[in-house]
Design a protein around this ligand. Structure first.
Ligand code: CA
Length: 226
């Protein structure tokens, strides 16, 4: 049974949402504040997140989930009474998967939840057990049959390199291709992320290093080199 976290402070809305989702066979946990939602954690299959909460904006929680080293890919549907373009765009930019403006019908929300859950489900790719599988839509990577726990930029870096095996990317190219926000870049950004990514790959298969460093040139993904 999929588990859904509903963060909503209006009891009437929370009840209607919980009712519609439970009718769909989902397990529902309701939190009325940001503090309660933080305490509930992220071990859910999806979150329905109201923006106007008594102790702050749902966008802060979304930002915390999506940012930083502990980047959390929990699918999120944002709810808001405000139909302001800024909130909608900000929500989506922060990584919300969908957005619903109040008032909405519980039936519509349930349909959106089903759609997002369907998209988030890992694609059962019949990939070779010893290769790298990248599911860009779900932002998941599997190396040698085991899921990699990657930050957002580690994932993007890996996907970029592995998309064209053998192709050498310079640091400048990788910065342009992977880091869309210039504010997130600093001198050693690429090297630092390569290092942590390599450590995660090696934790699964110590003897193998498909992330090849070419001195003075850049980096390449070279699986099969041993
Ligand atoms: Ca509210």
């Amino acid at each position: 049974m999929a588990a859904v976290l509903v963060v909503e402070d209006e009891p009437g809305v929370a009840d209607a949402v919980a009712w519609a989702l439970r009718r769909d066979g989902l397990a529902v946990t309701v939190c009325a504040t940001l503090a309660a939602a933080r305490a509930a954690g992220t071990a859910f299959d999806l979150a329905v997140l109201d923006l106007g909460l008594p102790d702050g904006s749902g966008l802060d929680l979304l930002r915390a989930w999506r940012g930083g080293a502990s980047c959390c890919q929990l699918p999120v549907i944002v709810l808001s009474a405000r139909d302001g373009e800024v909130d909608r765009v900000l929500g989506l930019e922060l990584g919300a998967d969908d957005y619903l403006v109040k008032p909405f019908s519980p039936r519509e929300l349930a349909a959106r939840v089903r759609a997002v859950l369907r998209r988030a489900r890992p694609v059962p790719a019949p990939a070779p057990a010893d290769g790298l599988v990248i599911d860009s839509e779900a932002r998941r990577a599997i190396w040698r049959g085991r899921a990699l726990d990657l930050t957002r930029y580690e994932f993007r870096l890996l996907a970029c390199l592995a998309e064209r095996p053998g192709r050498v990317f310079s640091r400048a190219e990788l910065l342009d291709l992977v880091w869309e926000d210039p504010g997130a870049r600093f001198d050693r950004t690429v090297d630092t992320h390569i290092k942590t990514l390599r450590a995660k790959l090696r934790a699964i298969e110590p003897a193998r290093d498909p992330l090849t460093t070419l001195r003075g040139e850049g980096y390449a993904w070279r699986d099969g080199d041993g």
